[in-house]
Write a protein that binds this ligand. Structure first.
Ligand code: MEV
Length: 305
């Protein structure tokens, strides 16, 4: 195939509304793409990835997780060249799917440059090969949403079942604490090993909340008060599993104090992002978070690429 210089692609970030961690252990997660992501342009050259807004500049072969992910995606696609340059309007390493948005954009950009058109499954496999460089046991939910967009219920093995639901407006606040998805996934595995019955019940409750949340967002008159209550209950359960942080707890309490119907950490936790459902009170929640020095923004969950 002929190389296509200057191919430009985009992949979206995501929020998990309900079911993070549970999804790693076979339960459903309710999640949606957000209207922020990673954009890359590919030109011919040695394998390299630059994302200016993250201060990221790595070449395949560097001792850096993103460099290993770049090499893994390229190997999965059977390509050896591609100079990728781009930008992101998604915060990095905050539980908003930045690594999956990156690996999906890398896969799309390399394939476009090579003039090939891999199937969605082949793109997902390549992107997940990159995701495994960030954490060893990804459920695949982040890659599925970065590829497809929209809102859906994801189950390991079954993949993403898209939902016909209107985009859901939320507010996102960042705790600013350093975090590692791999460490948080390992923490839940430790909780399961230490107390299998209790942690198993907690994960099952998180998965059941995802199923109930899916019914709410697809109903003709969504019960947002109930959805908010599910968010806050899920946050407490995730905290009991050991994956919250003082910063995340403070964001949740500030959101509830400012009138949100519910709030929770989203993604792996240990720091990162909180989402709040606050119809008619979004500005108050954003103001409370910003007054505490946190970066915060509104978003639409269910965006399409
Ligand atoms: C994904 O954003 C968060 C976790 O559920 C890990 C995964 O699904 O791979 C914690």
């Amino acid at each position: 195939m002929t190389a296509q210089a200057g191919a430009s692609v985009r992949a979206l970030g995501k929020v998990i509304l309900l079911g993070e961690h549970a999804v790693v252990h076979g339960h459903p997660a309710l999640a949606g793409a957000i209207d922020r992501g990673v954009r890359l342009t590919a030109t011919d050259g040695p394998l390299r990835l630059r994302i200016a807004s993250w201060g990221l500049d790595v070449a395949a072969g560097d001792d850096h997780p993103v460099a290993r992910a770049l090499a893994a995606v390229a190997a999965a696609l059977g390509v050896t060249r591609g100079a990728l340059d781009g930008d992101a309007d998604l915060p990095a390493a905050a539980g908003l799917g930045s690594s999956a948005a990156t690996t999906v954009a890398v896969a799309r950009a390399l394939a476009a440059l090579a003039g090939t058109a891999p199937s969605p499954d082949a793109l997902a496999d390549a992107a997940n090969a990159g995701e495994r460089c960030f954490h060893g046991n990804p459920s695949g939910v982040d890659v599925a949403l970065a590829l497809r967009g929209g809102l859906g219920v994801y189950r390991r093995g079954a993949g993403l079942a898209p939902l016909a639901a209107a985009p859901l407006p939320l507010v996102v606040g960042l705790s600013g604490e350093p975090r590692s998805t791999a460490a948080m996934v390992a923490r839940v595995a430790e909780a399961l090993a230490a107390a299998p019955a209790r942690a198993g019940d907690q994960l099952a409750a998180l998965g059941a909340a995802a199923t109930e949340g899916a019914a709410i967002v697809t109903s003709a008159a969504p019960d947002l008060a109930r959805l908010g209550a599910l968010f806050t209950a899920a946050h407490r359960t995730l905290a009991a599993l050991g994956v919250s942080s003082p910063g995340l707890d403070a964001l949740v309490e500030a959101a509830l104090g400012a009138g949100a119907l519910g709030a929770k950490l989203t993604g792996a936790g240990g720091g990162g992002a909180v989402i709040a459902l606050a119809p008619g009170r979004q500005d108050e929640v954003l103001a409370a978070w910003r007054a505490a020095g946190r970066v915060a923004f509104p978003c639409q969950v269910g965006a399409t690429p």
